[in-house]
Design a protein around this ligand. Structure first.
Ligand code: NAP
Length: 424
């Protein structure tokens, strides 16, 4: 019976859904052994370091990942980095197929003057910082200003703005990084402006996220009713379902009686950023009112851009416009790509399930005879590989540390600490 070896690089949602698809495609005649490689000491990708900590339900998908990981044909090789610990050519030599599932970790740039001033950063830095990503634990996020501007109108902008605008004790029962909770409790930020370059009818937020906003107990959420009414008029009689649902949710918020909390989250539509100004650090963002010559500015000390992501390139893999060059997930002979690295930074976590399943079908179609030329264990030279057993030790230790604090887990934030929890 042919037994094929597949290496999946990246232990995020796309990687796990690819593994799951391969497990589901097995038959009496077709078997896979799956090795998943991850550069961090922990798996789960964006479910661990991206999903907002005040949205714990979204993270329950990790149960699916663990089910996949506990199948006998699956092995985890975390704390192993493609590039420094092994090369893609080595994987291609040993495995019948290699699947790239490395996502997108770099924030897109606005390309406007002042973007690199102190106090201006991408959500690609801010989000992993509050989510305990080891590479971002030492970021110096200065929250000593009164006003923060978030640029972008997608769900990442929404997460960032909500985390900045909520009363920080609301984060106590979450798995937010301790260092971030401390910083939020000392934060002077009281006004958060979410700026969208187009109108409400074009916002990329999804309505469940909008409908969550009125549940914030200590934050005024402000949307100008006239903006939404104008957008409803522009959207016409038969707007798409998602647009209608978004506009309905925004109208509800705009109609809500004003509250007088100390903290405010405000939406500014039709605002195209043209410059970030400041003497050494951010002092204001200049906007053009989209579709007109009018300009205006917002004084602020913090700017976070949430305008999309692109992939950091890996040697031996072709990239174009921040994505892996591919045709329906095929990259080159025996090399495949799934998830954001394949299709760009779009969709919710579940989108990766059908996406990966389609690509794994192609992978199976392309299979020749099994290679039987060894595996990753012939190549890795260091002895600090986090296997599923080590990860389970880390996972259990984090959950146990969170329990007395009423948190789902207390994440370790330092690589060495994580490895120690894994008994490595
Ligand atoms: P996104 O949904 O693509 O939104 C990006 C936003 O940035 C858009 O509003 C876009 O406006 C704006 N933008 C792009 N370039 C800009 C520029 N130069 N100047 C000003 N604005 C600019 O991306 P995302 O928020 O990063 O989210 C990525 C994916 O993850 C999405 O599919 C999202 O739904 C998903 N996600 C889901 C959740 C959840 O389910 N709770 C949470 C987080 C993320 P234009 O439309 O005008 O281009």
């Amino acid at each position: 019976m042919p037994q094929y070896k597949v290496a999946i690089v990246g232990a995020g949602p796309a990687g796990y859904f690819a593994a799951m698809a391969l497990q589901n495609l097995q038959t009496e005649e077709l078997k896979f052994s799956i090795d998943m490689i991850e550069r961090l000491p922990t798996p789960w990708g964006l479910v661990r370091s991206g999903v907002a900590p005040d949205h714990p339900k979204i993270k329950t998908v990790s149960k699916v990942f663990e089910k996949v990981a506990n199948e006998p044909n699956f092995r985890l090789f975390a704390n192993v980095e493609l590039g420094s610990d092994l090369a893609i050519v080595q994987l291609k030599e040993k495995y019948d197929a290699v699947v790239i599932a490395t996502g997108m970790a770099l924030g897109k740039k606005l390309g406007i003057p002042g973007e690199d001033l102190l106090g201006s950063m991408s959500a690609a830095t801010f989000v992993p910082w509050y989510n305990s990503h080891p590479d971002f634990k030492d970021e110096n996020i200065d929250l000593s200003c009164d006003t923060a501007v978030v640029i972008g109108a997608g769900n990442v902008a929404m997460d960032v703005a909500r985390i900045l605008a909520l009363e920080p004790s609301e984060l106590d029962p979450t798995d937010t990084a301790d260092h971030a909770i401390d910083a939020f409790k000392k934060s002077s930020v009281r006004a958060v402006v979410v700026s969208a370059r187009r109108g409400p009818e074009h916002a990329a937020f999804t309505s469940p996220e909008l409908r969550d906003l009125p549940k914030l107990e200590h934050t005024n959420v402000v949307i100008n009713q006239a903006d939404i009414e104008a957008a409803i008029a522009r959207a016409g009689d038969t707007p798409e379902k998602d647009v209608k649902s978004n506009l309905d949710a925004m109208l509800l918020i705009s109609e809500k009686e004003a509250t007088h909390h100390e903290r405010t989250m405000k939406f500014q539509f039709l605002a195209t950023p043209t410059e970030i100004k400041g003497n050494g650090r951010v002092e204001e963002v200049v906007f053009q009112k989209t579709g007109s010559d009018e300009t205006f500015s917002i004084k602020c000390g913090l700017v976070i851009t949430a305008i999309g992501y692109e992939a950091a390139s890996l040697e031996g893999i072709p990239y174009e416009k921040g994505k892996v060059v591919n045709s329906d997930g095929r990259v080159s002979e025996s090399l495949y790509v799934v998830g954001w690295a394949k299709r760009g930074p779009s969709g919710v976590i579940g989108t990766n399930k059908s996406d990966a399943a389609e690509v794994m079908k192609l992978l199976v179609e392309d299979l020749g005879t099994p290679k039987n030329l060894g595996d990753i264990t012939d190549v890795i030279t260091h002895n600090r590989v986090v296997t599923q057993m080590h990860w389970q030790a880390i996972n259990m230790a984090e959950v146990a540390a969170g329990e007395p604090l009423g948190k789902p887990r207390r994440k370790a934030v330092d690589r060495e600490e994580l490895l120690k929890l894994g008994r490595l």
